[in-house]
Design a protein around this ligand. Structure first.
Ligand SMILES: NC(=O)C1=CN([C@@H]2O[C@H](COP(=O)(O)OP(=O)(O)OC[C@H]3O[C@@H](n4cnc5c(N)ncnc54)[C@H](OP(=O)(O)O)[C@@H]3O)[C@@H](O)[C@H]2O)C=CC1
Ligand SMILES: O=C(CO)[C@H](O)[C@H](O)COP(=O)(O)O
Length: 473
């Protein structure tokens, strides 16, 4: 199986969808790659499939031989499931490492695990990198966006390779060293939270057109396709348009009509929320998207409830196509604003000094959430940013002025027709919360003091105060 020894520039362990594609991308860019996989039989199959690039690869089933095949100091990239499998692989490979070697976890890992592993590596002479990779199989093969967290030493070793294989936006590689330990995986997690929100809002518009508008999948797909020429232009709209216009070979129906309405999830959306809540951040659009995937899994309950619970009104006029397009743009802006606020809070919490402009820039190509909006966000972050808030950047305010009225109209139609638009509605409520100088939390404080003597601050005096509340009979 071995085709050459000792001189590989990098090792890739885990030849599933992502690992195979990244190994081929690296070989395509002229790097020599050692590859290995838990299921050893797959190594030979992969090398056969990788021809002619296999000439630059060496396959080793044995871990010691795999490590030996890589030139020192070694860079070893793991593309395997997060959590326990990664811990087991670290334990298994560490005995074969030497001073200066770096292990890279390129999977979707919980950044808390990455921080723990990075700390465990401190003082060992080995290095640990948590690297978020986005772009799916196609991106991994031809140019992903990558978010690197780890030591400066590891970045120096890794940089030429990841810059060579990354997607490019106007010639610039969509990869950067974002900070130490868990910074890269945290940014990837929030990327996925934004991805969940964007996917959900697109699905909501599809649902509104299908259920309130009784439109066929192909027609909705054609509408989405037309939006690719405007400000909504993005990979996710492109994918959705193409999926809606794809016909199932078995039935001749639109394929989306035969796909069960239960969405999978592997954890990154939920992690985004958990970390947001820990830092006191509201990420209501992302929460709605995670919650909607949860509702999707409760199919039997939904089927049972449909004939029992009162519905919305029929016959309401649908929003115009322009309104739907602008509502989605507003939702996308607000979903990103929530994500970037979480990144900003984490940057402070963990002293990462995250460069939010740079993060927007490396998301402009290669990754799943790439969109023309990210170019606007990158420029907004590089320009005047009142109170450090993306949503207050003049460029973003100008965009919101054009699309918030549409979001209001679309949410109103969803409410009256009884078509659930949880992420779009949450985005609008989040927007209306942030722009309201005097909110309604004075009522919460009155309730808390009434039942629990928690005290409240007054608008006209310093200090903590209590109400002279009446006794309830
Ligand atoms: N698919 C995607 O679009 C993206 C995936 N990711 C992340 O990349 C990582 C890999 O995903 P993907 O390539 O899609 O997954 P696949 O299921 O296609 O491949 C998984 C790989 O991990 C190996 N593996 C599974 N369990 C273990 C274990 N316990 N110990 C060692 N190796 C193991 C498998 O080996 P074997 O062949 O023996 O089963 C296989 O090589 C995941 O963390 C995922 O979240 C990140 C971005 C995008
Ligand atoms: O990281 C990714 C894209 O950026 C992966 O495709 C990930 O699996 C998506 O998350 P989920 O499976 O929970 O939808």
């Amino acid at each position: 199986m071995t085709r050459s020894t000792g001189g590989a520039d990098i090792g890739v362990y885990g030849l599933g969808t992502m690992g195979s594609a990244l190994a081929m991308n690296l070989a395509d860019k002229g790097f020599r790659v050692a590859v290995s996989n838990r299921e050893a039989d797959w190594i030979a199959d992969f090398l056969t499939e990788a021809e002619p690039l296999a000439e630059q690869m060496v396959g080793e089933a044995d871990l010691a031989a795999f490590v030996s095949a890589i030139a020192r100091p070694r860079s070893i990239l793991f593309m395997i499931p997060s959590g326990a499998p990664m811990d087991s692989m670290i334990a298994a490979i560490t005995p074969f490492l030497e001073e200066g070697d770096t292990l890279i976890d390129g999977g979707n890992a919980d950044f808390n695990d990455t921080r723990r592993r990075s700390q465990a590596f401190e003082g060992t002479g080995f290095h640990f990198v948590g690297m978020g990779v986005s772009g799916g199989e196609e991106g991994a093969r031809h140019g992903p966006s990558m978010m690197v967290g780890g030591t400066a030493h590891s970045w120096t070793a890794l940089r030429p390779m990841v810059e060579a294989i990354a997607a490019r936006f106007q010639g610039e590689p969509c990869v950067d060293h974002l900070g130490p330990d868990g910074a890269g995986h945290f940014v990837k997690t929030v990327h996925n939270g934004i991805e969940y929100a964007d996917m959900q809002m697109i699905a909501e518009v599809y649902g509104l057109l299908r259920d309130a508008g009784e439109q066929e999948a192909g027609a909705i797909g054609a509408l989405f396709e037309s939006w690719q020429a405007g400000p909504l232009s993005s990979y996710l709209i492109e994918v959705s348009a193409a999926a809606l216009q794809t016909v199932d070979a078995q039935t001749g129906q639109p394929i989306v009509d035969v796909i069960l309405d239960q969405a999978g999830q592997k954890g990154t959306g939920r992690w985004t929320l958990i970390e947001a809540l820990k830092m006191g951040q509201s990420a209501s659009t992302i929460e709605a998207a995670v919650g909607a995937r949860g509702w999707s899994s409760e199919k039997p309950l939904r089927v049972a409830a449909e004939p029992l619970l009162p519905s919305g009104t029929v016959g309401t006029d649908l929003p115009s196509a322009d309104d739907l397009e602008r509502a989605l743009l507003a939702g996308r802006i607000l979903g990103h604003a929530q994500g970037f606020r979480i990144l900003s809070a984490a940057s402070e919490e963990f002293a990462w000094s995250l460069d939010l402009a740079r993060i927007s820039e490396i998301w402009r190509a290669g990754c799943i959430i790439r969109s023309s909006l990210l170019d606007d966000l990158a420029e907004a972050f590089r320009g005047d940013l009142p109170m450090g808030q993306l949503i207050l950047a003049p460029r973003i305010i100008a965009l919101l002025e054009t699309c918030i009225p549409s979001l209001r109209r679309v949410v109103a139609v969803g409410a009256s027709t009884g078509v659930a638009l949880p992420a779009l509605s949450a985005a609008l409520a989040w927007y209306d919360s942030i722009r309201r100088g005097r909110g309604s939390a004075n009522m919460i404080q009155a309730q808390r003091d009434f039942f629990g003597a928690h005290g409240f601050a007054r608008v006209d005096a310093e200090g903590k105060h209590h109400g002279d509340w009446p006794a309830l009979t």
